[in-house]
Design a binder for this molecule. Sequence first.
Ligand code: ZN
Ligand code: ZN
Length: 347
Amino acid sequence: MSENQTKFGVLIKAGLAEVHQRELPEIGDNQVLVKHEACNICTTDYGQWMGLREHQPYPMAGGHEFAGIVVKKGPKVVGDFEAGDRVAVAYSFCGECDPCRHALTSECTQVTNEPTEDGYYGAFGFSEYSIRDGRVLIKMNKELSASEASFLEPLATVVKGLDKLRIKPLETIIVIGAGTMGLVNAQAAKAYGSRVIVTEVMPEKIEVAESMGLEVINAGDCNPVEKVKELTDGKGADAVIIAVGANIANKQAFEMVKKYDARILYFAAGYPAPELKVDSNFIHYRKMELVGTYGADMKDFFTAANLLNKKMVDVSKLVQCTFPLSEIQEAYKAASTPGSYRVSVIL
Ligand SMILES: [Zn+2]
Ligand SMILES: [Zn+2]
């Protein structure tokens, strides 16, 4: 494929991914031509493939967790990368709207979900080549695999959540759920200096969490709430990160935290939407903080790049398997298999 033609993966409808081809324009002064190396299939991507949440229009040229090599950069591009360097990609932003000027780039009001001229929606992560705004590219360590470097976006969302949770060294943080995002949260919280305990029921996931050196409660063969109390001398956790969207996780979080000034981070969404069954006096008298988080701003992406590049967060065990672009349908199938970690499409 030449540099002005690219193949790319696209969802035609739920359950059907195809490879299409399109022309790329010349790069603008502030743009960069990137040869993609890998793009990981996010929960939101395969949720749509499975028809669980058809939240984006078709044809959906999705994929937002990707890394690649700089081929050519426009004369006005700023950033510490040159042709041949590896970069990963943050969210688009305009830089001029009110949220952008307050550094809340993930809340940019100018980024819309309009189709391209040739009628496709999405971030085109599953492409061989793409043209990107130079400001959203961040240099990544070439010692990582391309699939590991593609964790920039998910880790950035974790960094934003931990920032909002204001975790301090030596605090005890419980992460409910050892899926991909649970284990990214756990590793990042550990890198921030916390004692981290993960709770999980699936034996395969428990094994992966333990192989990362994490403290794990097997919630399948004990009462995780009692176990947390036991492991914290009866005190309970300083904070809980809910990394699986489920009623049971919401309930356990309230029971696992310490009596006063505890924080709970709602990291994961769930479909159907999980419920919070609590009265406000409970929150009031216990001075509890309930914290929501979603997405990431540019500063979170830079912090995440640092954590990955300096290997303070190791995602190597979270790459389940890889597929070539030609087998993107198989890749979606693998990603949708319960218990699997990130499936990576190699481009
Ligand atoms: Zn994602
Ligand atoms: Zn903006």
